[in-house]
Design a protein around this ligand. Structure first.
Ligand SMILES: [Zn+2]
Length: 324
């Protein structure tokens, strides 16, 4: 899971499939995909704000000239994958997402994130630091026209594309987008490469199962939600991180440690070198919540505060960045 460099913009993955990538994959810097078929195309995810999404639509215009957009699929509900939806909807494109993701693609979610940037104090400072490049003002939440549960097969100009719901894991409604004839998978945030995954929903066991499912698939190219184009080696590496954190957190729960003590006492070892290593806090909270369903949910703002503290923000510099 070493971080590698990759270029911003359009990447031709072969077989009429593309990725639009935003290095460095940290908080909000996400990847989109484009699958072309005969006379049409399917987009996988939009970006974190309108300017970034406009820039992408301009950048892929030469491809869209031959393959007009017919469908947009959102892999999950997080803003860095959906906040540009209105620009695609304005082109008369059908938007598809899992029913669980659709429930969270609300205007309230937009306002919450915009609001986090205005909170006073150190947590607000951290939010302003990581979200500084993004503009959440003026975004109109735009959910799907069509939802699914489980699996949904789509025809993209004669090509078969499968949407496979594997959430709740990273979020409640995570889905994979599989292009069998290209042996290609757009994993959304089920895969983070070069950064630390964060389990907002979980359970982590379910996320591990999702990664096992990918490892069993006949795919050679995997586009993560954040990070460079990858393959199964990166899936295995992320799986090891989740297995490690799940075991360490479980052990501390069984030993009677409270969640703060558990977070403070886990030695990440080599994983401590990863950007956004402070996301450990949410991952431990997630395991504790699975083991004790009475434990209250924490607001994302509080979680950001824990992550900032663990990463030593602002004393230590926060160049390490993060993902969503
Ligand atoms: Zn993301």
């Amino acid at each position: 899971m070493s971080s590698s460099t990759y270029d911003k913009g359009l990447h031709d993955l072969g077989n009429g499939c593309y990725a639009w990538m935003l290095p460095d994959g940290s908080w909000g810097w996400s990847n989109s995909g484009l699958i072309t078929g005969s006379g049409t195309s399917l987009m996988v995810d939009t970006l974190f704000d309108l300017a970034l999404t406009r820039e992408m639509l301009d950048g892929i215009a030469p491809v869209l000239g031959q393959h007009p957009l017919g469908t947009l699929v959102n892999t999950h509900s997080d803003g860095d994958h959906v906040f540009g939806n209105e620009l695609v909807a304005a082109r008369g494109v059908e938007i598809v997402a899992s029913a669980a993701a659709a429930e969270l693609m609300t205007q309230e979610a937009v306002e919450q994130l915009a609001g986090i940037k205005k909170v006073a104090g150190p947590t607000g400072d951290f939010a302003r630091h990581i979200f500084a490049p993004f503009d959440f003002e003026g975004i109109t939440a735009t959910g799907p026209d069509r939802t699914f549960e489980g699996e949904l097969g789509l025809d993209v100009g004669g090509r078969e594309v499968w949407l496979i719901q594997v959430g709740p894991a990273h979020t409640p409604g995570d889905a994979l987008v599989h292009v069998p004839d290209a042996k290609l998978l757009y994993a959304g945030d089920i895969l983070f490469v070069g950064g630390t995954p964060i389990a907002w929903a979980g359970p982590i066991d379910r996320w591990i199962n999702a990664l096992d499912r990918i490892l069993d698939m006949d795919v050679t190219t995997i586009v993560p939600g954040h990070g460079p184009v990858s393959g199964k080696a990166e899936v295995s590496a992320m799986r090891e991180y989740l297995v490690f954190v799940e075991a360490e957190a479980r052990k501390r729960f069984e030993d009677g440690l409270d969640v703060d003590a558990a977070i403070a006492s886990i030695d990440l070892g080599e994983y401590g070198e990863l950007p956004e290593h402070g996301r450990l806090a949410q991952n431990v909270i997630n395991v504790y919540q699975q083991l004790n369903p009475d434990m209250p949910r924490e607001e994302r703002l509080l979680v950001l505060g824990r992550i900032a503290a663990l990463e030593g923000f602002p004393e230590l510099d926060a160049t390490a960045g993060g993902n969503d």
